[in-house]
Design a protein around this ligand. Structure first.
Ligand code: ADP
Ligand code: ASP
Ligand code: MG
Length: 402
């Protein structure tokens, strides 16, 4: 019998009506003769509320205690869904990740899954039960509760799919597929039928939060397709796979953006490999993720380094950079707490020159200043003023007739 893993996100679990709707879908799949494992998120908005509750007590809750409260949202969803499925006459059982054995490292708030014990899941399936597992959360080997980072239940679902050797993982959400741009920003964005793992990795890595980045990494590494679709309709959604032959030849598959970026500049330091390595080692040792990096020559000896970080890491990164600037005798260290990033993605760029110049031309025509640029063979990323992001996304969307 084939095992199907389905994941339902926050909006799909928002209230009792939604939970009953999900239960109908799950029962429908089960009655087609499949073994069904369901991964769920907390009801929409709940994780934000839990973060706020913690922040009302202290600005800096410890990672451990924050995970303790954040993990509770998903526990509400699993039990309600198990009840709803039983009410429809199918047997179901809910499990937290500690009960299953979804083991992670000890990095609170951004833990990585290391191992999944499938014995309890398989036993319940063999007893004919629908298995419902709390997404987003994990547990360390010494039973400390962890969470995987915001949006992480997509990753829980794919990891469980991989562990169970499922043929496909279905991710049910509030849109009916992956679009050429965030439909909330670009109303005439259109649905993509197929997207490659590489393109989706770039989209997710560039801010399209429709799928958690690590879920796509895991799916690509294990070559397990993801079918992203709506929990409110029965239509086919978008397949994320490596089957390029099914895909229409396009230059640009989509545009993604993020607005929670900040930029830091360390101006005029001596241009040595050691200096550059030292800066980024110090920042990564502080567990700060650096995103776009550019390096400009002032003269033969001097360079200026700029990089972006997430806004929540800005204060720490700036303090650290000021210290580094002093040590390395920089002329100045300064930052901009509010920049945006717009990313243009498509495997077609590999073989067609001129995409970058069209992007720059289009932004210039629309009066959008480009602060930094970074490229890979399938992605052009521009860092721009924050207030211009929706104008930029729309303009590029039109330029490439998406
Ligand atoms: P869930 O709670 O189901 O995990 P999310 O809010 O995490 O749902 O992800 C779905 C949202 O992702 C959509 O409502 C949409 O606004 C946003 N999104 C961003 N970029 C895209 C895109 N390119 N295609 C589709 N949705 C996108
Ligand atoms: N409930 C968590 C969050 O809001 C996990 C998820 O939705 O995937 O981030
Ligand atoms: Mg999500």
């Amino acid at each position: 019998m084939s095992i199907i893993v389905q994941k339902y996100g926050g909006t799909s679990m928002a209230n009792s009506e939604c939970v009953k709707n999900v239960a109908e879908k799950v029962v429908g799949t089960k009655r087609k003769g499949h073994d069904v494992v369901v991964v769920v998120s907390a009801p929409a908005g709940m994780t934000d509320q839990l973060v706020n509750r913690a922040k009302e007590i202290t600005d800096k809750p410890s990672g451990r205690e924050l995970d303790m409260i954040l993990a509770t949202g998903e526990q509400i969803s699993i039990s309600l869904l198990a009840m709803a499925i039983k009410a429809l006459g199918e047997d179901a059982i809910s499990f937290t990740s500690a009960q299953v054995g979804i083991y992670t490292d000890k990095n609170h708030n951004k833990a990585k899954i290391e191992e999944i014990d499938t014995s309890k899941i398989n036993r319940a399936l063999s007893e004919g039960k629908v298995v419902i597992i709390a997404g987003f959360q994990g547990v360390t080997k010494d039973l400390e509760i962890t969470t995987l980072g915001r949006g992480g239940s997509d990753t829980s679902a794919v990891a469980i799919g991989v562990a169970l050797k499922a043929d496909e993982v279905e991710i049910y959400t509030d849109v009916d597929g992956i679009y050429t741009a965030d439909p909330r920003i670009v109303p005439n964005a259109h649905k993509i039928d197929y997207i490659t793992f590489d393109e989706m990795l770039e989209m997710a890595g560039s801010g399209a939060k429709v799928l958690h980045l690590r879920s796509v990494e895991l799916a690509a590494k294990n070559n397990i397709p993801i079918h992203l679709r709506s929990s409110f309709t029965d239509t086919i959604g978008t397949y994320v796979t490596d089957e390029e032959e099914k895909m229409e030849e396009v230059l640009v598959r989509g545009v993604a953006h993020t607005t929670n970026n900040a930029k830091i500049t360390i101006a005029n330091i001596e241009n040595t490999a050691n200096n550059i390595a030292y800066i980024f080692k110090t920042i990564s040792d502080a567990n700060i993720n650096v995103d776009v990096i550019t390096q400009n020559y002032i003269n033969k000896e001097g360079i200026t380094i700029s990089f972006t970080v997430a806004q929540e890491e800005y204060d720490r990164a700036l303090t650290l950079s000021k210290r580094l600037g002093k040590e390395l005798k920089a002329d100045d260290v300064y930052g901009n707490e509010q920049v945006a990033k717009v990313c243009i993605i498509g495997v077609g760029m590999k073989s067609t020159p001129g995409v970058a110049s069209r992007v720059f031309g289009c932004l210039a025509q629309n009066g959008v200043a480009i602060d930094m640029v970074s490229t890979s063979d399938i992605n052009i990323t521009c860092v721009i003023p924050q207030e211009d992001y929706s104008k930029a996304v729309l303009a590029i969307h039109n330029e490439f007739e998406l």
